[in-house]
Design a protein around this ligand. Structure first.
Ligand SMILES: C[S@@+](CC[C@H](N)C(=O)[O-])C[C@H]1O[C@@H](n2cnc3c(N)ncnc32)[C@H](O)[C@@H]1O
Length: 281
């Protein structure tokens, strides 16, 4: 029989040896997942015995983490905007800074009935969170990845939003016939050199197509802006998440495409990470 505290100590040691900086938290989360009990409850029962089966499941997951697989992929779940989303390595893991976009954008549409397009929807986290915020909204999510679209549809079903959302495998380059009140996008925006320097967790596990924005990181951002001109309704809104230090170039591109800046949203490190603008007619 193995005690909880013995297993936790071994877990810490293995993850630490494998340079997992969050080795304590991750060990505890993995045990909590395997036991299907809150982490706090496990930490107050350190002398309890664990079955062989539990120990085996624990090590299976722990060794994946030791190889730097992100916790969200190991658990196939990530919390975003207070909801649990399915994720797998066909979809980017939703990031907390993207929640800023939900917070700021949804405020413009209280009491309205916006028709929303989410470009590069991935797990569907942005569109589905906006739909949760506004019961009168509907929306479409597109993604170049068929596998991501499948995950987004699963999330729509899980969150009870399939009647107000549609998801299609489509590139922003392709024809889109509808006109939208709001276009949101967290497109791939990392530069080639940023991609080379990514930590192993991201580089080896998250889909490259969700990250690569070309030489200057702006390839897809520019396509989204350009396309939005023809598929936004009059005075329609575009909310774009962008990378660090891209906002001056993106603002210029927006202006030259007839968009007027409404709001710059900064992240917790004080970088502009989201630009909200309106199409001038
Ligand atoms: C940074 S991820 C964002 C995923 C999700 N919206 C989120 O915020 O977690 C970018 C997404 O854009 C998709 N993508 C890349 N190029 C695209 C294109 N040309 N048209 C549509 N989607 C694209 C990728 O497959 C990926 O799912």
């Amino acid at each position: 029989m193995t005690h909880v505290n013995e297993l936790i100590k071994t877990g810490y040691k293995i993850l630490k040896q494998n340079s997992v900086s969050t080795y304590q938290l991750d060990t505890e989360l993995i045990l909590s997942n395997v036991l299907n009990k809150p982490r706090e409850q496990i930490l107050t029962g350190l002398n309890k015995d664990l079955s062989e089966e539990i120990v085996e499941s624990f090590f299976k997951l722990l060794l994946r983490r030791a190889r730097k697989e992100p916790i969200a992929y190991i658990f196939r779940e990530k919390e975003f905007w207070s909801k649990k989303f399915f994720v797998n390595n066909d979809t980017l893991i939703p990031r907390p800074e993207t929640e800023l976009m939900i917070e700021k954008t949804s405020k413009y549409f209280y009491g309205k009935k916006p028709f929303i397009l989410d470009v590069g929807t991935g797990s569907g986290c942005i569109l589905l969170s906006l739909l949760k915020e506004n019961q009168n909204s509907r929306g479409v999510g597109i993604d170049i990845s068929n596998k991501a679209i499948k995950v987004a549809k699963d999330n729509a079903n899980k969150l009870g939003l399939s009647s107000r959302s549609k998801f299609y495998k489509r590139s922003i380059d392709e024809t889109l016939v509808n006109k939208f009140d709001l276009i949101v996008s967290n497109p791939p925006y990392l530069t080639n050199s940023q991609i080379k320097n990514l930590p192993q967790d991201i580089k080896a596990y998250e889909p490259g197509i969700a990250l690569k924005g070309g030489n200057d990181g702006l390839d897809v951002i520019k396509k989204v802006i350009y396309k939005s001109k023809s598929i936004l309704k009059k005075k329609g809104m575009l909310a774009l998440e962008i990378g660090n230090r891209q906002y001056i170039k993106v603002l210029k591109f927006l202006k030259s495409n007839n968009f007027r800046k409404v709001l710059l949203v900064k992240d917790y490190q004080d970088n502009v990470r989201c630009i909200i603008s309106v199409l001038e007619n």
